[in-house]
Design a binder for this molecule. Structure first.
Ligand code: TA6
Length: 289
């Protein structure tokens, strides 16, 4: 593995490799477990990605915060409830591909293909390449290829945890008139009217391809969230009761993050014929108010 000067590999804890980025344009951390972007802080800014103070850093375990890569299914497995939530690739060690830097930032590649480990959960053949560009902006793109002789279908998400100073003073702009389903409450499609505000648990799957803005009034900044290859935007905050049920999240952390996820989630299921490629991507930038 050849790394440019602004990137180093550490193990924290031992046996848990993390790439650490110290570049003039931004700092960041990416765990090889799940090719998981754990931190991104543009120069002159506060951290943009939320990380739980009780997150677990153990090989094979998901990380509560940053950007989990959920694939090849979003949420519960469609038919087998004993399979892990949000797929299995966030729990597997990825390989590091090419890592380069220039004046704008660092580009890092992570690779994962089917293996005995993946076949324990899912019988299909695939190649994944995650490309992360980290600088004044952050872009993350999951390149998915069906290397099998048979077709398969998939869902997934870039399950991004974004920092806010106070969720009760935050709002998501850009989903007005979009339809959503809050499946924990009912299968009914509801039309969003105006911004999304937070005064209770929110767990919604919006039918939308659009750019959204997360207004963090107390933090006096806006996070712009663009995406492509996705017709579903998931907006989540666990609020009080759900937070208590999550052992890797402090009970009082929910006011400090909102998840805005670029997803392929029902009804946006992607059919992949042999040789087909699909790219699911998200781009983040900060606007100071
Ligand atoms: O994306 C929202 C969601 O599906 C919620 O239902 C909630 O469970 C969240 O993901 C976290 O899932 P996790 O498996 O990481 O606990």
């Amino acid at each position: 593995m050849t790394l440019p000067p602004s990137v180093s590999l550490i193990e924290e804890p031992a046996g848990y490799p993390i790439l650490v980025i110290h570049h003039a344009a931004a700092t960041g951390r990416i765990a090889l477990n799940g090719a998981h972007v754990m931190e991104w802080t543009p120069a002159g800014e506060k951290p943009v990605l939320f990380m739980s103070a009780q997150a677990v850093f153990e090989p094979g375990k998901p990380i509560r915060g940053g950007i989990p890569v959920c694939w090849p299914w979003f949420g519960g497995h469609p038919t087998e409830s004993d399979k892990p939530a949000h797929g299995f690739v966030r729990n597997l060690m990825w390989n590091v591909g090419e890592v380069t830097e220039n004046i704008a930032g660092v580009t890092l590649e992570f690779l994962l293909s089917d293996s005995d480990d993946s076949r324990a959960f899912w019988p299909h053949r695939f190649d994944l390449r995650l490309e992360v560009k980290l600088g004044a902006q952050l872009s993350i793109a999951l390149h998915i290829k069906n290397t099998d002789e048979a077709a398969w279908s998939m869902t997934g998400a870039l399950h991004t945890y974004l920092c806010v100073d106070d969720v009760t003073e935050a709002a998501v702009i850009g989903l007005d008139d979009a339809f959503y389903v809050e499946s924990r409450l009912s299968p009914e499609r509801i039309e969003q009217s105006g911004p999304v505000y937070f005064d209770r648990e929110v767990d919604r799957n919006y039918e939308s391809k659009d750019t959204v803005r997360l207004l963090d009034r107390k933090g006096r900044r806006t996070i712009v969230v663009e995406k492509s290859g996705s017709r579903a935007t998931i907006v989540w905050n666990p609020w009080i009761e759900k937070s208590k049920r999550l052992s890797d999240l402090p009970d009082d952390a929910y006011p400090h993050f909102v998840c805005i996820e670029a997803a392929n989630a029902v009804p946006d299921v992607i059919a992949m014929t042999p040789g087909k490629e699909h790219v699911l991507s998200q781009r983040l930038r900060v606007q100071r108010d």
